[in-house]
Design a protein around this ligand. Structure first.
Ligand code: C5P
Length: 403
């Protein structure tokens, strides 16, 4: 699978009215190619240099420009854009937009978005050397930097106004690289392979019936996504779920515990394996070829044990490999969790009390305790599964670093 490093990222690109606006087209094209969703906002002056149509075609999205459009594509457009963005890049940034942003002016869609957003803002200034060197511009840059914005320094060279000096927009490829490296910083699992199992398994009884459980797969999907975000090669072996494939994750869909075991063994060279699947402990001893017919008497099913997938990996654990399990319990949590941690040869186990309404199956939140091999126990507060997934991947990265 080709992984697009910026897939799932939403970037707002503000284009202002400088001659370098044409280079912004190439920046947008490159960010799109890296997988990002790119939303272009143009100032009125920018439209004198490049048409809205060009950016619409390249970004594959409507271009926002006017605060007072009759049929805006976003609800309360500047706020929607400000919220949607994980990063705002102003390219090219004229001396004028830098001054407006430093002063907190909000008189058009771009400046309003810049004032409203909490996202990281990057400015790629381009202007005549005199304007760049002017103490007013330098003071504005200092203010913006001090408030957390990042400035992509202009290059020196021939400028449009026949002069040479500092003020040229750096090459679009360099700007796109800078944005890419922002997103990749802090990715502690780059170069690592993380395998996650998720969802419940279905054990067939006959062609139309199966034994299953209430797992929705949410926790495991969140874990696979968090692994991909942390830069890992993420593989998800999933039982049947109603969830869409997470971004940048290779998904292998299976049905039964035996199928899940085969898929996991084929990917067991992973640096870390997280078993979040609710694997059926038993399967029907025989699968009827035809639909089982009812009669008036009782029906007895004979069940046989399924393999314990995680314990199997634990028994053959490679040096340096990290194994993580989940324990869904309704009583004696610490005792059962610790026992499983040992028995399956895990590095840590995430235990939750599934008898609570806000933790475990089918809800977006979880409240867990993490038990480690050295006896440590971490009690976590009630958390969204997404946030918990991020935390678990941090712990995985800690364990990998320790080995
Ligand atoms: O023993 P128990 O089912 O409570 O253990 C739960 C942990 O073991 C989970 O991480 C689960 O994904 C994993 N497991 C497994 N294969 C099984 C049963 C559980 O990998 N057959």
């Amino acid at each position: 699978m080709e992984t697009l490093p910026l897939k799932g990222r939403e970037i707002v690109v503000g284009v202002t009215g400088g001659i370098a606006a044409y280079k912004a087209v190439e920046v947008v094209r490159r960010l799109k190619k890296l997988g990002a969703g790119v939303h272009v906002v143009m100032t009125r002056e920018a439209t004198e240099f490049v048409t809205e149509l060009t950016f619409r075609e390249i970004s594959g999205q409507q271009v926002a420009q006017d605060m007072w459009e009759k049929a805006p594509q976003y609800h309360v457009e500047h706020i929607a854009l400000a919220r949607l963005a994980e990063l705002v890049l102003v390219v090219p940034a004229t001396a004028n937009i830098l001054a407006k942003a430093a002063a907190g002016l909000a008189d058009d869609l771009l400046s309003t978005t810049l004032l409203a957003t909490k996202a990281q803002v990057y400015y790629a200034p381009a202007m005549n050397t005199g304007m760049w060197e002017n103490p007013a511009t330098q003071a504005n840059l200092a203010v913006l930097r001090q408030r957390g914005a990042r400035i992509i320094e202009p290059a020196s060279g021939a400028l449009a106004c026949d002069a040479t000096g500092k003020g040229r927009l750096p090459e679009p490829v360099a700007i796109a690289e800078e944005i890419l490296s922002y997103f990749q910083k802090g990715q502690r699992l780059r170069g690592r392979k993380v395998l996650v199992t998720a969802g419940g398994t279905e054990e067939p009884l006959d062609p139309v019936r199966f034994l299953g459980n209430r797992s929705t797969g949410r926790m495991g999907y969140a874990l696979a996504e968090a692994a991909a975000r942390a830069g890992a090669e993420a593989v998800l072996v999933s039982g049947p779920t109603a969830l869409a494939d997470p971004v940048n994750v290779r998904v292998i869909r299976v049905r039964t515990a035996l199928e899940m075991q085969r898929a996991v063994q084929a990917e067991a060279d992973a640096d870390a394996v997280i078993g979040a699947a609710a694997v059926a402990d038993y399967r029907p001893a025989e699968v009827a070829e035809q639909k089982i017919k009812k009669n008036d008497g009782e029906l007895t099913l004979r069940l046989v044990r399924n393999p314990d997938i995680l314990a199997g990996l634990g028994a053959e654990k490679r040096r340096g490999q990290v194994l993580v399990g989940f324990a869904a319990e309704t009583e004696s949590i610490a005792e059962y969790a610790r026992r499983k941690l040992e028995k399956k040869n895990l590095d840590f186990i995430v235990a939750n009390d599934v008898s609570q309404a806000d933790a475990g199956f089918g809800v977006p939140t979880n409240r867990v305790q993490i038990f480690y091999r050295d006896g440590r126990r971490e009690q976590q507060p009630l958390m969204e599964k997404q946030a918990l997934a991020g935390l678990i991947l941090e712990r995985v990265a800690d364990c990998l670093a320790d080995k």
